[in-house]
Design a protein around this ligand. Structure first.
Ligand code: ATP
Ligand code: MG
Length: 453
């Protein structure tokens, strides 16, 4: 089975494109660093990438016809199921109020100068395998494990401010450091993030949360003044000290919780990032001098919703975060739980109770070692035993709205809802089996007599 690169190499051999195509960016970088490369291939050439893509398509190597962006001189193909991006080497110039550059055809050298970091501007010839370091410092920087911008950092970051988020991401993904000058430049240019669309910011944020060391990336985002630009609600947690169980301020604790989440669960880390976002506005000191955050979970869920909407997250992701944030304090009393309480939580979590338990366990790990600890193994066993008897789909009223209207001989109205709630509660309390329709009818008739004067 050939690789996509072999297919591309063969399809262009003997053509005008032989020796003209250069792999560039992550694929070259990661191959040098790790001996493996990601599966999205970026290629550049001095010339017309759109024509080259059309040529390749006509040779039958792509399963889709080229998706072209003439403005940027780029075209996407799909080779053996993997995305391949072809780009005409280009130079870019930026207007102040936007990040949409004007582009013009250029040399490989100029193309390298408009990239974000020198280690991302290394090129490898598709046919000869020659490694080309147009900026001349790329290979040394790779060996020294540093991120350096091709141009003065103020220019690189001003031109496309998203590069500041990419800087933080690559630093923690590759375990590199910044060369001198990068940090102060990011601080100076952070406010430029306002020209970046929420979607692009969100994409970077989620890529950072997917890193095993996401907490370190988040700390950098905050310290460099980047969260202040797109998520100032995070900064509000900095320096907010907490009660006896905590050795960290709310932000430090939040990062510790993110760190304790399963590494491959960016969605859970997002919820962790927001779980205590309601603490700063609810903090107060009670008459015994204890620090309290009453209701922070409900306030937090609403702040999280607002922030995530502003960042154009998908509704289902917002719902997930809000559900976890809103319910993250309910596990605190778990050891005194009745089966009813567990059934209620299973119902309220709509299939996400395992995620809630993961978050709460991470939350506990983010507290002082001497804080009282819940036994999560025991809690999971309790939840499992309830779940085995009554799956969450069964935690509903045995009768539908229509059936209730029939039994009670009433029209649509609030009473139907009340009756349904009453039946659901009986199920949750274990007094009524979820499939016991006859029992439900009897209880309903008795309920009507007791509520009617
Ligand atoms: P990964 O795919 O692992 O995130 P990558 O380096 O391949 O890393 P991509 O986003 O796939 O990153 O971009 C490919 C290349 O395109 C980069 O290596 C870089 O040279 C260039 N690039 C991408 N985005 C930018 C940007 N905003 N500014 C400058 N150059 C960029
Ligand atoms: Mg890539």
């Amino acid at each position: 089975m050939p690789t996509p690169l072999e297919v591309l190499r063969e399809a262009t051999r003997g053509s005008q494109y032989e020796n003209q195509l250069w792999l560039v960016g992550g694929v070259v970088r990661d191959e040098l660093l790790f001996g493996t490369s990601p599966k999205d291939y970026d290629l550049t050439l001095e010339g017309d990438a759109l024509a080259c893509a059309q040529f390749l398509f006509e040779r039958g190597v792509s399963s889709i016809s080229p998706v072209v962006y003439p403005r940027f001189g780029t075209a996407m193909l799909q080779v053996l199921g993997e995305p391949v991006e072809l780009a005409s080497a280009r130079a870019e110039s930026y207007a102040e109020d936007s990040r949409k550059p004007d582009t013009r055809p250029a040399t490989l050298f100029e193309d390298a100068r408009r990239r974000d970091f020198t280690v991302n501007a290394l090129m490898r010839n598709l046919h000869t395998g020659e490694l080309f370091d147009p900026l001349e410092t790329g290979l040394d920087d790779l060996k020294a494990e540093v991120l350096r911008t091709p141009l003065d950092p103020d220019t690189t970051f001003f031109d496309d401010p998203l590069r500041m988020l990419r800087a933080v991401r690559f630093k923690h993904k590759l375990h590199f450091s910044f060369v001198e000058g990068i940090e102060p430049s990011i601080r100076r240019n952070a406010m430029r993030l306002k020209v970046i669309s929420p979607e692009r910011i969100t994409e970077e944020l989620m890529k950072m949360l997917a890193l095993p060391n996401a907490d370190e990336a988040l700390r950098d985002l905050q310290e460099l003044g980047l969260t202040a630009e797109f998520m100032p609600e995070m900064d509000a947690m900095v320096g907010v000290n907490q009660g006896d169980w905590h050795h960290l301020d709310v932000f430090g604790h939040t990062l510790a919780v993110v760190k304790s989440c399963p590494p491959d669960r960016p969605d859970l880390k997002l919820a962790a990032l927001f779980h205590d976002i309601g603490k700063p506005p609810t903090r107060f000191v009670d008459d015994q001098g204890r620090i309290r955050f009453f209701g922070h979970e409900a306030v937090g869920a609403s702040i999280a919703g607002r922030v995530l909407q502003r960042l154009h997250f998908a509704n289902r992701d917002i719902d997930f975060v809000q559900l976890l944030v809103k319910n993250h304090m309910r596990i605190g009393s778990a050891e005194k739980w009745s089966a009813t309480a567990i059934r209620r939580l299973i119902r309220d979590m709509g299939g996400r109770i395992d995620d809630l338990l993961l978050l709460c366990e991470a939350d506990q790990n983010g507290q002082k070692a001497t804080a009282p600890k819940l036994d999560f193994r025991n809690i999971r066993e309790q939840v499992d035993s309830v779940r085995q008897v009554t799956p969450k789909e069964a935690l509903e009223s045995p009768l539908s709205g229509n059936q209730i209207m029939e039994v009670l001989n009433i029209e649509t109205g609030p009473e139907v809802g009340n009756a349904k709630t009453y039946l659901t509660e009986l199920v949750l309390e274990g007094e009524l089996a979820p499939d016991d329709e006859d029992g439900a009818r009897k209880r309903l008739e008795a309920w009507r007599k007791s509520t009617k004067p």
